[in-house]
Write a protein that binds this ligand. Structure first.
Ligand code: ZN
Length: 423
């Protein structure tokens, strides 16, 4: 009983009393977890307790403040109201400046993103700024006041080549981190590796990854490796293993490696097949992928499926295959849908969990060559410009943005990376 009473008093004391402003010159700022703050010196005290405030005021300010503004006088009330008003003004000015800076950052992120997507040099950012200003001048010509305001704002958008370079770094990093998050959730991935030699004696390997993210198949640039001299399968194997370790990925997720494209890769392929955890797939299981209604549920292939995807329950898979075989609706839908669409959009996840798991695994194994080709044309476009000084790190970032299907939330990037952009 006594304890409960004491607690209640304690809690009441933790509420800021309005007359503390008058008595001790303290106020409580208007935000979560705010601490009582002294209006005279802006120091705060940790706990909302009358005694703490009183101690601060008495020991530091009381003598001079009480002499100038005696207790309960009108001058004191006015002085305190004045201190409070000037504090509120400084806070609102500060937050306006912050949001203006954030908007300018977001604007420059948008421009940098669009340039990188279009495979244009960073230096074009300056040009775009000039165009934007000229356009604003023309379209807002009738409204001089508005025109002046918009032009001033556009002039503040940081768009030097240097800035654009740093923006691209951040945006590529955002895409890469989305990719890593998705890759860590997926069971199976496949790689498509291509190499290109430029005039230097460096070899550039673009490594694309294919996986099912739960909704769609994604094909994304995993990394661009720049290796000196003539590379071998052994070297690539070693570099990729390091890359996987560094980024918390597991090489056992890799179900296939394709090294099409460059003929020089044929010899190098040796050594890379070590990555493939399950290179041998029987005809039965591939038939199931294409014609799920023409394989029998008790075939050897369900055992193979279990070995390929360990999370599968073989018994449940057999039941699902039987159910599938008796569904006239699925059979009809199968006739009309392309293979990928059928498995992703038609076969319901809830009823065919195991069937879908093996289908997604198999579909992951066949990367389209499109992404590599588009990767290469992007890389050539990026390199062909007058960008001799483009480092391989920057080339990788540009290539990532040019080929990615991820789209960072630019507003969010601008506000969450504020400290990053201020220097
Ligand atoms: Zn103080």
């Amino acid at each position: 009983m006594e304890f409960a009473k004491k607690r209640k008093v304690d809690q009441e004391n933790r509420h800021f009393k309005t007359d503390w402003a008058e008595r001790y010159c303290f106020f409580l700022p208007d935000h979560a977890n705010a601490k009582p703050t002294c209006l005279i010196c802006m120091q705060n005290v940790a706990v909302i307790k009358s005694d703490n405030l009183k101690r601060h005021f008495t020991s530091i300010h009381a003598a001079s403040f009480n002499a100038n503004y005696s207790e309960k006088s009108d001058q004191r009330t006015q002085k305190i109201a004045g201190l409070l008003a000037s504090y509120k003004h400084s806070v609102s000015t500060m937050s306006k400046t912050t949001s203006a800076q954030e908007s300018a950052t977001a604007a420059s992120l948008h421009v940098s993103w669009t340039l990188a997507k279009a495979r244009k040099p960073f230096a074009d950012a300056e040009l775009i700024k000039r165009c934007a200003i000229d356009m604003a001048r023309e379209v807002l010509n009738p409204d001089e006041k508005q025109q002046k305001k918009v032009v001033e704002l556009l002039k503040q958008v940081p768009l030097s080549a240097n800035t654009a370079t740093r923006r691209v770094e951040v945006l590529a990093e955002e895409c890469f981190s989305s990719l890593l998050t998705d890759l860590k959730k997926t069971e199976a991935i496949s790689l498509a590796i291509d190499s290109s030699c430029d005039r230097t004696d460096m070899e550039q390997l673009s490594v694309f990854v294919r996986f099912f993210d739960g909704k769609i198949f994604r094909e994304e640039l995993l990394c661009l490796l720049t290796l000196p001299g003539r590379t071998t399968g052994e070297i690539i194997f070693h570099e990729l293993t390091l890359f996987f370790e560094k980024n918390g990925l597991n090489v056992s997720q890799i179900v296939s490696v394709v090294t099409d494209g460059a003929p020089s890769m044929v010899g190098k392929h040796k050594g890379l097949e070590r990555f493939e955890s399950s290179p041998k797939i029987s005809g039965d299981i591939l038939l199931f992928l294409r014609q799920p209604f023409s394989v029998s549920a008790d075939g050897q292939w369900t055992g193979e499926a279990k070995r390929l995807v360990t999370s599968i329950e073989e018994g449940a898979l057999q039941m699902e295959v039987l159910e599938m075989g008796s569904s006239e609706l699925l059979k009809a839908q199968h006739k009309d849908a392309p293979m990928c669409d059928f498995w992703i959009n038609v076969v319901p996840q809830a009823r065919f969990k195991n069937t879908r798991a093996i289908a997604m695994f198999l579909l992951t194994m066949f990367p389209s060559t499109y992404i590599c080709e588009s990767g290469f044309s992007s890389m050539n476009a990026i390199k062909s410009q007058d960008r001799n000084r483009l480092s391989s790190a920057h080339l990788g970032q540009c290539l990532r943005i040019a080929t990615t299907e991820y789209k960072p939330d630019i507003r969010q990037v601008a506000s969450s990376r504020r400290s990053h952009f201020s220097h």
